[in-house]
Design a protein around this ligand. Structure first.
Ligand code: PCA
Length: 211
């Protein structure tokens, strides 16, 4: 049996819930295929503690694939992230009150890592299921990017594929942001994870932006 580690974040910025964890926890223990089972765990939204939690999860579960999730309020779709950068530039304090600005994630690391998931194939599979999705070229400069960068850094050269997906806000009466229903997000993650597992070589399909 292979393990797909799926992480979501605890709430942050005064929100009572974080959709990324709501999605992840509903998939904990789900058998995606005969040979693939999901283990979902929560990460803290704090620069000081997220790296240790991530390292512990990787050591404990020894996954064959990892997909980390985070909330990107303001985005309308499932954003399949392509690039993690070696930079912290926090717009708000994290859950421990830290707000690093213009510092590296890993002082000796490369400027960036690419996702090792087949990002285009994942978007294609989602769109074929009528779930809004796109490739994103920035995971921001907050804790999500930190986790994405350290995930890629830890697994570089191991053959274990990993990446990051930002999810939109959940429907709520007063939210000013675009939303996507929880059931759609959960189904989307199931589809994206299966596409990632079953696609060895990504499809070549235009999807970038001119500006
Ligand atoms: N989103 C934040 C951090 C935790 C989360 O869910 C981000 O995009 O960095």
């Amino acid at each position: 049996m292979n393990t797909l580690l799926l992480t979501g974040f605890e709430p942050f910025d005064q929100d009572p819930i974080n959709p990324s964890w709501e999605v992840a926890r509903r998939l904990d223990g789900v058998q995606l295929r005969d040979d693939l089972r999901i283990v979902a765990r929560q990460l803290p939204c704090a620069f000081a503690t997220a790296p240790g939690s991530l390292a512990q999860l990787l050591a404990e579960h020894r996954p064959q694939m990892v997909i980390a999730l985070g909330l990107a309020s303001g985005r309308p779709d499932l954003s399949i992230e392509r690039v993690a950068i070696n930079l912290h530039d926090a717009r708000i304090p994290d859950n421990l009150g830290q707000q690093p600005i213009d510092t590296p994630v890993a002082p000796d690391g490369p400027a960036a890592y690419f996702s090792t998931l087949p990002v285009k194939a994942m978007v294609k599979a989602l769109r074929e299921a009528a779930i809004p999705a796109s490739v994103s070229h920035t995971a921001g400069t907050f804790v999500c990017n930190q986790v994405f960068y350290l995930l890629q850094h830890s697994l570089a050269g191991t053959g274990i594929r990993s990446g990051f997906i930002h999810v939109p806000c959940l429907p709520a009466p007063t939210t000013p942001h675009p939303t996507m229903a929880l059931a759609t997000q959960v189904e989307g993650l199931r589809i994206a994870a299966l596409a990632a597992w079953e696609t060895a070589v990504d499809v070549v399909e235009s999807g970038g932006q001119v500006s």
